[in-house]
Design a protein around this ligand. Sequence first.
Ligand SMILES: C[S@@+](CC[C@H](N)C(=O)[O-])C[C@H]1O[C@@H](n2cnc3c(N)ncnc32)[C@H](O)[C@@H]1O
Length: 223
Amino acid sequence: MPVWNNNLTTAYEQHNILNRPEFIYYQQEYFRQHCLDKDILELGGGNGNLGDILKSNKWVNVDPYSNSDNIIKQDAISYLENCSEKYDLVITCFSLHHFMVPNIKTLISKGLKPGGYFINSQISPQSEFFGNEHFNRLFFSRGFPTTPTISTSTTNNFKFHEKTEQTITLKLGYQEMLNFIRQRSWSNLVEMSPSEVSNLISYLPNDLSLLNITVIREIMYGI
Ligand SMILES: C[S@@+](CC[C@H](N)C(=O)[O-])C[C@H]1O[C@@H](n2cnc3c(N)ncnc32)[C@H](O)[C@@H]1O
């Protein structure tokens, strides 16, 4: 399980390639329809942007490494184990792999009201990026689950509802991608050796201008 720490929070805040308006827009537009009037629990919400922008009845954000106020600084598992509150919706965005214990689905399902559901959003390891197979193979060789999505694994606690994929094209140049990799701004990069990081950098085209990232979103109802 890829581990997070405070250094990674700093690198993520400064160099995360997804922290740009065109990406944030698509995340918000997807979640907007699900949030209105709901009591929401977000696990691993980072700086809490999603909940700040979308309208809901209640938005509880749990993240032990967040620098933002109004976020419960607690590990998602211990929060779920000790929480007696029930929510209409539990959300994880690019965070589930950091607390993917074997009974995670049972714990999430216990936090849901009857009819409540869980949405997991994650980066697809099949993302095209800039179309270099060597880069993609190495980039996704660390920190990404071998079972790619939660809905394909067996569970007694959820009824699978829907899985969608959306490819988002980011306008991003060589220097930004270089900083992102060099500063090891995602947890998979932290797990790489210096020579693997150098190899990733060597695959970057000097004239890089666009990056295609595919986001998987899965909806599961608690039962
Ligand atoms: C890749 S970031 C995603 C942040 C945010 N959801 C976003 O979309 O930008 C992963 C997040 O998971 C959080 N995290 C790591 N371990 C966690 C844990 N055990 N419980 C809850 N959150 C955790 C990190 O602090 C970080 O904010």
